[in-house]
Design a protein around this ligand. Structure first.
Ligand SMILES: Nc1ncnc2c1ncn2[C@@H]1O[C@H](COP(=O)(O)OP(=O)(O)OP(=O)(O)O)[C@@H](O)[C@H]1O
Ligand SMILES: Nc1nc2c(ncn2[C@@H]2O[C@H](COP(=O)(O)O)[C@@H](O)[C@H]2O)c(=O)[nH]1
Length: 203
């Protein structure tokens, strides 16, 4: 029997809401889910490792990837390119494993066109002031860049209706539990659509 394709999970939300933090915590207890490492032209932050946090590329290299259709989606965000390598996503889904993308909203919109059946999750901050506190306390951006990211965040939050699920990131552990529950429910829904429980439910 042919193996069932994996589920594509998209985790999006404004900069600083905690996508990376939640994703890393979530992945510790999700062996069935593979994280898709993005490509970016942004310079590595202190401690970031090429091939682990991102594949760091020059503008020219990134634009070559666009031209050669190597990206499932990409976006220009606050001065840099970010994108998802398409081959990894396709091969992993084909092998039956779920794939998690952690991307901003323009990219998520593009992915929806290719994967309408994916699970699209929007991570929400408890408040805008808490969002700013989180970016400031992370200490990785200048004040100007923080202002840029906060400006974009307000527009991003307005796109919340385009998502299947909203998860508040008040506490990392709770956010992870909510995401686990969503994925379990999505698998059960797909099984039901595939008539997996036909014999049990038929009277
Ligand atoms: N639930 C939480 N409560 C308090 N602080 C949090 C929570 N989640 C994440 N943080 C903190 O908020 C900051 C931003 O988190 P993180 O870098 O994961 O956000 P992000 O959404 O991935 O940001 P970006 O989109 O800019 O990459 C970090 O310093 C992180 O430790
Ligand atoms: N459209 C895409 N957005 C991505 C991708 N990888 C990360 N991101 C998002 O970009 C911003 C900024 O990230 P940072 O690491 O510079 O803080 C953030 O919202 C990320 O989620 C991608 O492949 N495509």
């Amino acid at each position: 029997m042919e193996k069932e394709r994996g589920l594509l999970i998209v985790l999006s939300g404004p900069s600083g809401v905690g996508k990376g933090t939640v994703r890393k915590a979530f992945m510790q207890n999700a062996e069935e889910v593979q994280y898709s490492i993005s490509v970016t032209t942004r310079k590595p932050r202190e401690g970031e490792v090429n091939g682990v946090d991102y594949f760091f590329k020059s503008h020219e290299e990134f634009e070559n990837m666009i031209e050669n259709n190597k990206l499932l989606e990409y976006a220009h965000y606050v001065g840099n390119y970010y994108g998802t390598p398409v081959d990894y996503v396709e091969e992993t889904l084909q092998s039956g494993k779920d794939v998690l993308l952690e991307i901003e909203v323009q990219g998520a919109k593009q992915v929806r066109k290719h994967f309408p059946e994916g699970a699209f999750i929007f991570l929400m901050p408890p408040s805008l002031s808490e969002l700013r506190n989180r970016i400031v306390n992370r200490g990785t951006e200048s004040t100007d860049l923080i202002d840029n990211r906060m400006g974009v965040a307000k527009d991003e939050i307005e796109l919340i209706d385009q998502y299947d699920y909203i998860v508040e990131n008040d506490q990392v552990e709770l956010a992870c539990e909510r995401i686990h529950a969503i994925i379990t429910a999505e698998h059960l829904r797909r099984d039901r659509l595939a008539h997996k429980y036909k014999n049990v439910t038929e009277v």
